[in-house]
Ligand binder design. Structure first.
Ligand SMILES: Cc1ncc(C[n+]2csc(CCOP(=O)(O)OP(=O)(O)O)c2C)c(N)n1
Ligand SMILES: CC(=O)[C@@H](O)[C@H](O)COP(=O)(O)O
Ligand SMILES: [Mg+2]
Length: 642
């Protein structure tokens, strides 16, 4: 395939200069480019392949960016990126300085709305449509949303509102591939599925029309009413029509002539005051690349692989991932205690729970992309004596904040939150960083919050959390553990107690989670420079081990806190607040992620940039000790000063 065809397409306006007959070739070129580049860089492959013709047709039919195209999640948007002037940078997608894997308004005027979390597109497009109407602009807004994302509560809230206000310059295009990351959960997916979908209903309606034609008028009306009820049973049309949408479909999302026709029709229906329109397109996840079509789950999000064969290199993992260790420990604990149940919000693979689902199906729930529901569902289970563990990425749990406050903490219910991907996440970037959970959880009454220093401690913390009869959140990072040996038993830790890992007189380094190991290494470097730093593994953000920390700080006379979390509202802030409450004031430095967006990039480089690696911690420790009164800035700093 000749991807040179793409050389002449810098904006959709170039695309629109081509005859419609040329688009099939453009689609093939886009697909080729996506497979080739994602095989090198990694990224979201299967979803993007499935949406090539849809994006091509949307940019061809609509006057983007004047007409606003809003993508849900953004992981299906690689053809959109290639058609809107980002082909040259495409090879560095997800890398520092390269395009984001999702959408950012700062990246292109064609990215009309930032995306990364599921279910936002219809609300955003509805807001745009209303705003454009209010400004008297002759433009429309188009939301492209997957069948998985459509199960998110806010997507349904938006449908409800859009129909209610009859927003006629709004088009929703439903990209229905019968998949979320994994097969879709629940009735909406089932309603949309092929067996119930409209071709059969349409045939039925045509047949009924032919049969009714010779009948007298009243009988025809009666029969039409009966046909309406049959339709209600058979088609997704009635669902969307009940929401106040005019439904068109289903149409094949890979048949370009049919798509152009259908979207053209939909466009002509917009703006006439009769309410929003929904086009239902049927697609295949991974379309056009056999390995991804056969196993769309495996090729949903990929690291570099061999494009020719689809083979993925076996990662030479030096240690199991935190996710895997968490999942194994949870399965072990749940096998011994049937009260323990595991909950995921459409991320069974990502949270490591797939094996749990197979082994203990009665104790496992995938609620779909419904984090808010997951939290309150867990709370409900807890009222009956179940011990729910909701495993949700730190970034996605943001969705369920009010439910954590109102349904869990206020009632002090026994729910464990396993916050995977807490910290820097790398290529997924700003929308997926797990940098805010300490801030949004530690302010809540009744909440216990902890973070393990390694994967072995994670297992003990999981048991601690499950045994504790109230809300607990456990945060752990994306990626591999430290490779430490795993204890034979999994035991509960004392709540609110940290551990002193290294003694020292000159500086107290109080570290949390992933930053404990580098803090220890930094202390060794400092020792070589004559600074004896104590290193304390805090384990708990809430309740803090205040007695131990206060004693250590008093002893050393200087405090350095280290965490992989935003500075504002983070662990260091918690320590300072607690010390201030005790009337302890001490020279201190808080090492944390600064108050700015952290885009995609290499987490190791980002940690170094923020001074959170070994060198940064050592440098901050040395600077702090050097700044203390009476300290002479030479080797043996504090001792020289004393
Ligand atoms: C709030 C939220 N929860 C979970 C995710 C993780 N996630 C990303 S894509 C996806 C599946 C979306 O399915 P669909 O919209 O049908 O797109 P497809 O992958 O099938 O193309 C999920 C669960 C997310 N991005 N946002
Ligand atoms: C699109 C999306 O939100 C998820 O697929 C996300 O990319 C998950 O990434 P990891 O599971 O690899 O952390
Ligand atoms: Mg889907």
């Amino acid at each position: 395939m000749n991807t040179n065809l793409l050389d002449s397409i810098h904006t959709p306006a170039n695309l629109r200069e081509l005859p419609a007959s040329a688009l099939t070739e453009v689609a093939a070129a886009l697909r080729e480019e996506i497979v080739t580049q994602v095989a090198r860089s990694g990224g979201h492959l299967a979803s993007s392949l499935g949406a090539v013709e849809l994006l091509l047709a949307l940019h061809y039919v609509f006057d983007t960016p004047h007409d606003r195209l809003v993508l849900d999640v953004g992981h299906q948007g690689y053809a959109h990126k290639l058609l809107t002037g980002r082909r040259e940078q495409f090879a560095s997608i997800g890398k520092e300085g390269g395009p984001a894997k999702f959408l950012r308004r700062s990246e292109s005027p064609f990215d009309t709305f930032g995306a990364g979390h599921a279910g936002t597109s219809i609300s955003a497009a509805l807001g745009m449509a209303r705003g454009l109407q209010a400004a008297g602009e002759d433009a429309c807004a188009v939301a492209l949303i997957g069948d998985g994302a459509l199960t998110a509560g806010m997507a349904l809230e938006a449908l409800n509102h859009a129909g209610h206000i009859k927003q006629s310059n709004l088009l929703v295009v439903l990209n229905d591939n019968e998949m979320s990351i994994e097969p879709n959960v629940g009735a909406i997916g089932a309603l949309l599925s092929r067996t119930l979908s409209a071709p059969s209903a349409r045939r039925l309606r045509r047949l009924a029309k032919d049969m009714l034609a010779p009948l007298p008028q009243p009988l025809q009306q009666l029969a039409r009413r009966a046909e309406q009820s049959a339709k209600a049973l058979l088609t997704p049309a009635t669902l969307f029509e009940a929401f106040g949408f005019r439904y068109i479909g289903p149409v094949s999302g890979h048949d370009l002539p049919a798509l152009l026709r259908t979207l053209g029709n939909a466009r002509s229906m917009l703006g006439n005051g009769e309410g929003p329109v929904l086009v239902h397109a049927i697609t295949r996840k991974g379309a056009g690349y056999a390995p991804a079509e056969q196993d769309p789950l495996k090729y949903h999000g990929v690291t570099p692989f061999d494009a020719a064969t689809g083979q993925m290199p076996k990662p030479a993992a030096p240690a199991p991932s935190y996710t895997a260790v968490f999942a194994d420990a949870l399965l072990e604990l749940a096998q011994a205690d049937p009260r323990i149940v595991a909950i995921t919000a459409a991320m069974a693979g990502g949270t490591g729970l797939s094996r749990f689902a197979e082994a203990l199906p009665e104790q496992f729930f995938d609620v779909g992309i419904a984090e808010q529901h997951a939290v309150t569902f867990a709370a409900g289970l807890a009222t009956t004596g179940r011990k729910p563990v909701a495993a949700i990425y730190s970034t996605f749990l943001q969705r369920g904040f009010d439910q954590i406050v109102h349904d869990v903490c206020l009632q002090n219910l026994d729910v464990t939150f396993a916050l995977d991907r807490a910290g820097l996440v790398g290529a997924d970037g700003a929308t997926h960083q797990g940098l805010y959970d300490i801030a949004y959880l530690r302010c809540l009454p009744n909440m216990v919050l902890m973070a393990p220093k390694d994967e072995n401690e994670l297992r003990h913390m999981l048991r601690t959390a499950i045994e504790y009869p109230g809300p607990v959140a456990l945060r752990y990072p994306r990626g591999n553990g430290l490779g430490v040996p795993l204890d034979a038993d999994i035991r509960a830790l004392p709540i609110g107690r940290g551990e002193l890992l290294r003694e020292g007189d000159d500086l107290a380094i109080v570290a949390l989670g992933t930053r404990v190991a580098p803090a220890l290494a930094a202390a060794e470097r400092l020792a070589a420079q004559g600074i004896e730093a104590a290193v304390f593994n805090a384990r708990f953000v809430k309740p803090l081990d205040l007695p131990a920390i206060a004693q250590l700080v008093r002893h050393c006379g200087a405090l350095l806190t280290v965490e992989e979390h935003a500075l504002a509202g983070g662990f260091g802030s918690a320590v300072l607040e607690a010390l201030a409450g005790e009337g302890i004031s001490v020279p201190a430095r808080l090492l944390a992620v600064p108050d700015r967006l952290v885009e995609h990039g290499d987490p190791a480089a980002q940690l170094a940039e923020f001074g959170l690696d070994v060198a940064g911690i050592a440098a901050a420790g040395r600077a702090l000790v050097s700044s203390l009164p009476g300290c002479i800035a030479t080797p043996n700093l504090r001792t020289a000063g004393r």
